[in-house]
Design a protein around this ligand. Structure first.
Ligand code: NI
Length: 203
């Protein structure tokens, strides 16, 4: 009987370990595998950053609106400008419905992305787009909350370095909870349509 009990305990431990391993694997895999179906993932959370206007803000300042967030850096040669144009097109397609959305560009290069630099940059894309930057610690914290990967590219010139970073759009609900994620490369039409259906679902 004792042997059977030990066997049961071992099986139970194994089951928990496997379930835990699967959950961890799914979370690790998320950025590569989820185009829009991240609603069951706990992403996002509190942050403290500085808007391109110079105003110190937290996530709580955006309650009541959907946040559409893209992480990148202003010196990005191609991906960020392309995706911020997509974001601007999404806002244009949403028209007046888009007033419930606050599009935001969060820097992962606080060293170079100063507040004035962010102000000049976001103005090139859309009048409603805000730029958010901060101390290296603040940026690291918000990137961690959204599981954004970023680092200085290995071997790039220290004076003119580039950054490697993940490319996703994050939609946050008006109550601050995470809504969904869109993979970089999503078309403006697809993203606008998906956002529109969420807007109508939330009245
Ligand atoms: Ni970029």
């Amino acid at each position: 009987m004792a042997a059977r009990r030990i066997q049961t305990v071992i099986l139970a431990i194994l089951a928990v370990a496997i379930a835990g391993g699967v959950a961890w694997w799914q979370i690790r895999r998320m950025p590569e595998s989820a185009p829009t179906a991240g609603a069951n993932l706990a992403l996002g959370g509190p942050f403290s950053l500085t808007e391109h206007s110079g105003r110190a803000v937290t996530d709580a300042d955006y309650r009541g609106r959907f946040l559409l967030i893209y992480f990148g850096y202003t010196f990005c040669p191609d991906v960020c400008p392309t995706e911020l144009q997509v974001m601007a097109q999404v806002m244009d397609r949403l028209g007046s419905e888009g007033e419930r959305i606050q599009p935001a560009f969060v820097s992962v290069d606080p060293e170079r992305d100063t507040v004035p630099h962010m102000a000049a940059y976001v103005a090139q894309f859309h009048p409603r787009l805000i730029g958010l930057t901060g101390t290296p610690e603040q940026v690291a914290a918000v990137a961690r909350a959204y599981r954004v990967f970023y680092r200085k590219s290995a071997g790039s010139d220290p004076a003119y370095y580039t950054m490697d970073h993940s490319s996703f759009f994050y939609l946050v609900n008006p109550d601050g909870s995470f809504a969904t994620v869109f993979r970089g490369g999503t078309s403006p039409d697809d993203m606008a349509q998906a956002i529109r259906s969420r807007l109508s679902a939330r009245g």
